[in-house]
Every structure is written in C-alpha cells, then in structure tokens.
Design a binder for this molecule. Structure first.
Ligand code: TXE
Length: 480
C-alpha cells in the first residue's frame, strides 16, 4: 500500500518524493509506504486552505454542523475498516479499536454537530447598551496529533475546527498514518470542498515544525509528549499563534480505606493497562490506604497475571503490543530503573510470550508490569513511562494521599475510589490536575473541559472550550 498527502482535495505524493515505511508493531511487518513530506508540502497545503477559507467560513455554523453529521454518517459506514486499520497500525486489540477508537472518532463529529445546535448568541445587556459577542474563525489551523489514539484524537480537533469555520492542515504521527488517510478518503468521497481539510504526513521536526512556523497558520492544537510540547510552545508562542497543548501525564489512582475492592480492582486494572497503558489518562501510580494494601495488591496482581496478551486481531485479546520496538526499549529501560531504585517486580517485567508471536524479535510485546516497594518520589514513580507499567504505593491518611498524588511535574488526570462519593469529591478538589474521576475512569462527557495543568499542558478542549479555542471573539457594544 502507498499513501499520499491529501492537499486541495487530491491525494498527491510529496514534492521532494521522499517516502518512509509504516509497519505493524505487533509483528514488524511492512504495511505501507507513506510520504516523508517537507515544508514545501506544508506551503501547498496552506495555499489550498487559504483558497478554501472564504467559502467555508461564509457558511453558517448550522450548515457546517450539517457537514459534521455527513462526515459521521460516512465514517459510520466504514467503522469496521477504521477499527481494523487502527489495530493494524498501532498493535492495539481489535476490541479496543472498535469500542474506543472507531466509536469515539464518529461520536466526536456527532457531538459537535449536536452541540452547535444548542448554542445561543452571547449577549450582555447594559442599561443603555447591548454587547454582542461575535465569533469568527481563526482561519487556517494546524493540528498535530500522536500515535496512541490516532483517529480519536485527530477527529477531536477536526470536528470543532471545521464547525467554527476554519480550514485545516493536519499532521498525524509518522507511526500511525493510516486512519488519517481513511478520514481524507471519506472527506473526498462526500465532497467536502477542496482545501478545507489538508493532510501532510512526515516527521515531526520536518513537517510538524513547518506547520508551527508557517506565518499563515493562526492556531495550533497539539497532543503529544511534554518534551515536544516545549518545542511547540517555544516555536509558536513568539509568533503569537493561539496554542492548545495536551501533553503527558503520570496519573494517580487513589484507593481510600473504605473502598470496595470488588469494583476497585477491575477498575484499577482497566485504568492502568487500557491500550497497553498508552493513554495520557492512564492511572500509572496506584496509591492504596495501608489498611487494604496487601489485599488490594494480591487481587490486583492476580487479575494482571490473568490478562490475555496476544495477537491484536484476536477478539479475546485484552492487551496487544506497544507502538514500536523503540518505545518497548524505553519501557524496558524504566523497568530496569525500577529495580535499580529498589523496586520489586510483582507481575510481568518481561516480553510477553505470546504463542505464535513469541518467536518474532520484531513483535513489540511486553507483559503488563506491576512494581512495589518504590518511593513515590523515585524516578520510576514520577516520570511518564507511557506503557503497561504501574507502581504501587501505600499511604496512611487522606492528606498523605493528596501530597503523593501531587508530587510529580504532571497534572492531567486521576481517580479516587471510595464508598463515600462526597468524601471523594472533596478530595478531588485538592488533586492538581485537569480531570478527576470518582469511582470510575475514562467516563467522558464531551461537554466538559479536557486538559491538564503543570507539565500536562496548557488550555482546555471539549464543549464550549473547543468552540472558543477554534474561534476569535469580537465584542460589539451597541449604544441604545
Ligand atoms: O509524541 P511526540 P510521541 C508522550 C509519551 C510518549 C512521548 C513521545 O510519553 O512516549 O509523548 O510520544 C509531532 N515539531 N505521549 O513520540 O513526539 C510528531 O510527529 C512539531 C503522550 O508520539 O510528542 C507527532 O505527530 N511536531 C501523548 C506529534 O508531534 C512535532 C500521546 C506527537 O509526537 C515535533 C502520545 C516538532 N519538533 C505521546 N516533534 C498524550 N498526551 O496523549 C514531533 N512532532
């Protein structure tokens, strides 16, 4: 398979004709050749977007909401192909690719279409004047997205960006180009006007950087690692581009002394190992009240030991591969570090033996790994690993649990498990993060603000925050 850039409504090869390989991390097999585009391709994409902008922004928000529904309908028709393609490109189990990636990619468009229709004009009355808040598109926006939830996170930005009248230059991760290509194919099939959505594939420092630097791109929405987020901020801020940064996390799962372990243990396993722990919201540090630490640890390790690791295309697989051999080596380096720091491997810690896949040196599998006995201030317990690795820690008081939860440089998400929801909500207010779940995880209302604090990012997306990010406001004050 060969994929191309999608510019001005057409699939075209990169101007400098450089291509690169896309492979399946579950077995190392070559899947596709993809463009290694350059700034020249970004320039062409921006030109196309510039040509499309007047007509697209002249539509009403409701007319653009109708387009979002058309996109959702068209994606619904290829939902299984999206799931199969995402599983192939990422190594995630087909069950997750269906229930999380494909489902949410479609619902992102449906949600913003419906949300648009509920919007009222923003008016502030004075005794002698009326203030009308008028919104207009940013213009051309750059969307740069990561490899963990490729289409899910791309569509989370595409839907509101289109709704608010912007035209798009998007760059998915070079590790997972395929479902972005499927989206482009779909938009071409339903004849979204040429140039409204443009897709440029390639390496971050080459294509991503060119998007950040382009003078005609007015805003950047970025999801990825904190280190890259610094580069994005350093490049785009002096150009006064609007910036939304969704970065890394090292989230705490806090289990209070009154927690019901029958529900908490499976909840903590799901929060820890969904998508091989490659979700910025995963609970990678588990803080347990000392009175139930031993019982939790025993039951948690039992459930982790029983997880089915294997071929992502198998319906019964619960955990597939990680995204690449390079990422696998990064994860293994943290497991080595954990041992050096005095940790005890309670489960996993090695490359999974996965039946027919176990003899393949290019299969990026590792067993879900549970580590006890580390200080909550150790590097393993405070640095983002972004893989199927969790550390367990005990605490004695609620205050100590909050102090431990807040001790890292990150502040994206967390969860608190207790039989007393009011106690959980009060504690949640003291967790330095953008999102805290009480007695659940990854339960998402798309109207709510999503984003992190500290090194987990700047800004919020979701509901009205997305509409606000992807638009400019003019206050028009009319004297009576
Ligand atoms: O992210 P990157 P990666 C974390 C996780 C992971 C680390 C790196 O710790 O190990 O980030 O993952 C593009 N200018 N998260 O490599 O490098 C790049 O091509 C412009 C958490 O995927 O940040 C890709 O499209 N763009 C995160 C996108 O940035 C650049 C999810 C993300 O790549 C660029 C994924 C540059 N100089 C990883 N360099 C989350 N919060 O969900 C790279 N890119």
């Amino acid at each position: 398979m060969i994929i191309s850039n999608f510019i001005d409504g057409n699939f075209i090869p990169p101007i400098e004709n450089r291509m690169m390989d896309d492979s399946n991390p579950a077995n190392g097999a070559h899947i596709a050749m993809m463009p290694r585009a350059s700034a020249l391709d970004v320039d062409a994409a921006v030109l196309a977007a510039k040509r499309a902008l007047p007509q697209w922004s002249a539509l009403t928000m409701i007319e653009r909401a109708d387009w979002l529904d058309k996109i959702a309908d068209a994606l619904e028709e290829i939902k299984e192909e999206i799931a199969q393609t995402e599983s192939l490109d990422t190594g995630k189990p087909i069950s997750i690719a269906r229930s999380v990636d494909a489902t949410r990619s479609i619902s992102n468009f449906r949600f913003f279409a419906k949300f648009a229709r509920s919007q009222e004009p923003l008016i502030f009355e004075m005794s002698d004047a009326t203030n009308h808040v008028h919104t207009s598109p940013l213009g051309i926006v750059g969307l740069i997205t990561p490899w963990n939830l490729p289409l899910y996170l791309l569509t989370w930005k595409v839907a509101p960006a289109l709704l608010m009248g912007n035209c798009i230059v998007a760059k998915p991760s070079e590790l997972t180009p395929l479902t972005a290509d499927l989206l482009a194919q779909t938009l071409q099939r339903i004849q979204l006007p040429d140039g409204v959505f443009n897709l440029v594939h390639g390496l971050g420092p080459e294509v991503g950087q060119a998007i950040l630097e382009h003078p005609d791109i007015a805003g950047i929405s970025f999801t990825g690692g904190t280190a890259t987020g610094r580069i994005v901020a350093r490049t785009a801020a002096p150009l006064f581009k609007k910036l939304s940064l969704e970065l890394g996390g090292k989230n705490a799962t806090i289990i209070l002394d009154d927690a019901n372990l029958d529900t908490v243990v499976p909840g903590a396993v799901t929060a820890a190992f969904t998508n091989s722990g490659q979700v910025c919201l995963c609970g990678s540090r588990i803080l347990i009240h000392q009175s139930i630490y031993d019982e939790f640890c025993k039951r948690f390790v039992e459930q982790v030991d029983a997880m089915i690791i294997g071929d992502p295309s198998d319906e019964s697989t619960q955990m597939g591969s990680v995204i690449s051999m390079e990422h696998l080596q990064k994860i293994e380096s943290y497991i080595d570090l954990a041992v050096e720091e005095g940790g005890e491997i309670l489960s996993g810690g090695s490359r999974a033996m996965t039946g027919p896949l176990d003899s393949n040196p290019d299969a990026a599998f590792i067993r879900p790994t549970v580590i006890g006995g580390l200080s909550h201030l150790s590097r393993t317990s405070t640095e983002e690993i972004f893989g199927p690795v969790v550390t367990l820690h005990s605490f004695t008081t609620d205050d100590e649990a909050i102090e431990m939860a807040n001790c890292t440089e990150y502040g994206l998400a967390g969860s608190i498990w207790t039989e007393d929801a009011e106690r959980g909500k009060e504690l949640a207010e003291r967790v330095e993060s953008g999102i805290v779940w009480v007695n659940t995880w990854l339960h998402r209302d798309l109207r709510t603000p999503f984003g992190g604090v500290k090194n987990s990012g700047v800004g919020r997306e979701g509901g009205r925050w997305s509409l606000s990010f992807f638009s400019e406001m003019t206050n028009i004050c009319v004297k009576h």
